[in-house]
Design a protein around this ligand. Structure first.
Ligand SMILES: Cc1cc2nc3c(=O)[nH]c(=O)nc-3n(C[C@H](O)[C@H](O)[C@H](O)COP(=O)(O)OP(=O)(O)OC[C@H]3O[C@@H](n4cnc5c(N)ncnc54)[C@H](O)[C@@H]3O)c2cc1C
Length: 347
């Protein structure tokens, strides 16, 4: 489960209008989520800072900042000194291999506790009467003679239903194949690792796409560090060692203070990546089958928004205007929403 295995970064500073709407919708919902679920999801708006290390980064981040502002999404430019003031462990030495030339800061971005999000939703859903059947794999999607969904086969038997919503992240293409659909998804392992716990030293979230690492500190005190995806497709939940070695080299370069920190554990999850790095959220060509997938390395931040939009689409049998552009059909028509640069994770 990706929701329970991620680096918990929440932000909405993507480039295109469609993305601004979908990610900012989610960000707005994070604000009241603890109250709504009556469960503390520990959403902490500590700011997400994306480092620029070369002229291309600076130009691209300025473009993002301007585009975000036009869409009412907060994002601001910081000089290296301002970035250091916001995040004191940051090295802005001019002698670094890739010196920090500035940063884009989204103050409303931050982190939430991933387990609490899963537990909070599960508890609130159960209170509404939803049956949650754990450890029960779906093995088939049954379709009637007219092609519409009739129900699902599971390890514990058949469930008849005219409507099925699929949210299976790295296994989405496997599930969609059960309904006879081929999806434009590639599944990659993505890793994260945490350090031994230390007292509060790291006040925000920092991402560097160029040197390539991202980092924050959990409430338990561990530094939570993320890497890029493996370069080959796989369903393995262990990533390759050289990826995290490279990530830690980057962390030591940007934060020399952490050179002697010991790492406690690492883990991987499988992420489903679309060609334009934007999700597919809506109806499928199979009547009664709905999908929420393709969030790749960045779907945790969308949790409340994706949940709301999928529920709307299933209930009304038509997408909400926010998820209407995120169709499967865009890969046929060419109306892509290319967020490869904003994904900020190498893949
Ligand atoms: C290491 C790592 C770091 C990440 N960091 C971030 C981050 O900082 N910020 C961010 O926004 N996103 C991040 N992500 C991505 C994010 O975790 C995912 O996009 C998100 O969790 C997807 O949520 P989901 O609910 O769609 O799927 P998941 O939470 O993955 O849930 C899918 C569920 O489907 C189940 N399933 C699969 N196949 C079947 C089947 N046949 N039958 C029944 N059940 C099935 C799985 O067991 C799983 O429980 C990260 C991912 C990883 C792996």
């Amino acid at each position: 489960m990706g929701t329970g295995r991620n680096t918990t970064i929440i932000r909405s500073n993507y480039l295109y209008d469609e993305s601004a709407r979908i990610y900012d919708h989610a960000l707005d919902l994070w604000d009241g989520l603890s109250q709504e679920l009556n469960y503390n999801v520990m959403y902490s708006k500590r700011g997400v800072m994306m480092l620029a290390h070369n002229v291309h980064d600076m130009q691209s981040f300025h473009r993002h900042i301007h585009a975000n502002r036009l869409n009412g999404v907060d994002n601001q430019w910081l000089t290296p000194e301002e970035a250091k003031a916001y995040c004191p462990p940051l090295s802005i030495s001019k002698n670094a291999r890739y010196p920090v030339m500035g940063a884009a800061l989204q103050k409303k971005g931050g982190v939430a506790r991933h387990d609490s999000v899963a537990w909070g939703y599960a508890r609130a859903a159960a209170a509404l009467g939803v049956d949650i059947i754990q450890n029960c794999a779906v093995t088939g999607i049954k379709r009637a003679a007219d092609g519409a969904v009739e129900g699902i086969e599971t390890e514990r038997g058949f469930i008849a239903t005219p409507k099925v919503g699929v949210s299976a992240a790295g296994n989405s293409s496997v599930l969609m194949e059960m309904a006879g659909l081929r999806f434009p998804l590639e599944s990659y392992p993505l890793q994260a690792l945490v350090s031994e716990p230390v007292k509060p030293v790291f006040p925000c979230v920092v991402m560097s796409n160029t040197v390539h690492a991202y980092i924050s500190q959990s409430d338990k005190g561990e530094l939570v560090i993320g890497a890029g995806t493996d370069q080959y497709v796989s369903y393995s939940q262990h990533g390759a060692l050289h990826i995290i070695e490279h990530t830690l080299a980057s962390i030591c370069e940007i934060f020399p203070l952490f050179k002697r920190m010991r790492m406690l554990r690492s883990w991987g999850g499988v992420v489903d990546v679309t060609p334009d790095r934007s999700p597919i959220l809506g109806k499928t060509p199979v009547p009664g089958l709905y999908v929420n997938c393709g969030w790749g390395t960045g779907g945790f931040k969308a949790t409340p928004g994706a949940g709301h939009l999928l529920a709307h689409t299933i209930a009304k049998d038509e997408p909400h205007k926010i998820n209407a552009p995120f169709t499967l059909d865009r890969f046929r028509t060419g109306r892509l929403i290319d967020e490869a640069a904003a994904a900020a994770v190498a893949h």
